[in-house]
Write a protein that binds this ligand. Structure first.
Ligand code: NAD
Ligand code: MG
Length: 387
């Protein structure tokens, strides 16, 4: 068996390091060729040295000299800058993990799809903003797009081989995040440190805040719409505090299939690494007797307006998802910076959607123009709020 070549875009993040953990356990099966990161030179260089990667790319050009120094004498090539990341993705590996956070992942992920290999997608923001473009690119280049997001990976596992017309509904579960039981008043004063302290999952800062607002579930419903051939109204979300059931697929005959597991991203990552086979992971095994009970409740759209906004955006389509995503990225960054309050995030997204209503995108340039317009709209709202 020849080892599969592996590229990891966003190798130093939460998903990137979980992917490395799995890949490094089976060196005969996986051969790391390319690793990228934005700023963490030490993390990138250490991973490249450990895996014997061929190429390490740092996004921030100011860190190029540091990267070269860290890789001196190893024979590992160093590169820097946005274009170098896109080029590295375009070189194509048998299997690419797309784990850059935010719209910054869009061009590299599209480049990996154009290379025609298998792309394991964690970078949900790309699919939200440019879903049709990405699925078209996958089809046009014969690439295989596999969902890594735990809920979507769960749907995929319950969906495989379903005949058209046989599925009625897809339900994604949400833990409810750290503020699941908080009052609106308490959330008004929530700090970034409180928002990123997720009860079940350990994740990057941006997705942790998205989980606290439930925007993450909204983004995921739009993501699901692009991955699975069902109408917008076939997707919904349910709060499930234990994060054991990841998604449910409801068939026309009354059968409901679910995928269960302990909350560890290495399970869905392993599924996409080995697919259509399986591979062992060191994840804690699910022991239902210890879990004891599984709770489910309807989401509270009043305390978590971000989810309501995203549901409207999913139904509307067009340019709305790209606006939602861009305004949310701006607002989450401002919240993490301490410039706005927690409840302002959904408010800023709502205002951006009100202020800005361009026609549906037809090209990648259109997506980037909409993204930029939405960022300006969000920024303008923030300036009024913080004046
Ligand atoms: P993270 O912040 O931990 O890591 C992000 C990675 O992207 C890092 O390697 C960073 O260097 C790189 N990066 C950041 N900005 C960049 C830029 N402008 N250009 C190029 N590279 C850049 O994030 P994460 O939690 O690993 O999440 C990554 C993606 O996966 C996100 O889209 C997130 O929504 C999705 N996701 C994460 C989880 C999880 O459990 N962490 C679960 C499901 C989906
Ligand atoms: Mg998820």
């Amino acid at each position: 068996m020849t080892a599969r070549s592996i590229a990891i875009l966003g190798a130093t993040g939460s998903i990137g390091t979980s992917t490395l953990d799995l890949v490094e356990r089976e060196p005969d099966r996986f051969r790391v060729t390319t690793l990228t990161a934005q700023r963490d030179v030490d993390g990138l260089a250490a991973a490249a040295r450990r895996t014997g990667a061929e190429l390490a790319v740092i996004g921030d050009p100011a860190r190029y000299d540091d990267l070269k120094a860290a890789l001196a004498g190893t024979g590992i090539r160093a590169a820097a800058g946005v274009e170098a990341i896109v080029e590295a993705a375009a070189a194509g590996a048998d299997w690419t993990m797309a784990a850059i956070v935010g719209i910054a992942g869009l061009r590299p992920t599209l480049a990996a799809l154009a290379a025609g290999g298998t792309v394991a997608l964690a970078n949900k923001e790309s699919l939200v903003s440019a879903g049709a473009l990405m699925t078209d690119a996958a089809r046009a280049h014969g690439a295989t797009l596999l969902p890594v997001d735990s809920e979507h990976n769960a749907v995929f596992q319950c969906f495989d081989h379903a005949a058209p017309g046989s599925i009625r509904k897809v339900t994604l579960t949400a833990s409810g995040g750290p503020f699941r039981d908080w009052s609106i008043e308490a959330m008004r004063a929530a700090t970034p440190a409180q928002a990123v302290r997720h009860p079940n999952w350990s994740m990057g800062a941006k997705i942790s805040v998205d989980s606290a607002t439930l925007m993450n579930k909204g983004l995921e419903l739009i993501e699901a719409f692009h991955l699975f051939p069902l109408p917008p109204e076939a997707f919904d979300a349910i709060i499930h505090p234990q994060s054991v059931v990841h998604a449910l697929v409801d068939y026309i005959d009354g059968s409901v299939l679910a995928q269960l597991g302990t909350p560890d991203m290495r399970t869905p990552i392993a599924h996409s690494l080995a697919w259509p086979q399986r591979m062992a992971t060191p994840c804690r095994r699910l022991d239902l007797a210890t879990v004891g009970r599984l709770d489910f409740l309807a989401p509270d759209l009043e305390r978590f307006p971000a989810l309501a906004i995203a549901l409207d955006v999913l139904a509307a389509g067009g340019a709305r998802p790209a606006i939602l995503n861009a305004a949310n990225e701006v607002a989450v960054a401002a919240f993490l910076d301490g410039r706005i309050g927690f409840l302002d995030i959904a408010l800023i997204v709502r205002k951006a959607l009100e202020r800005y209503d361009p026609p549906a995108p037809a090209s990648l340039d259109d997506i980037f123009a909409i993204d930029a317009g939405a960022r300006r709209a969000a920024q303008a709202t923030m300036e009024v709020m913080t004046a």
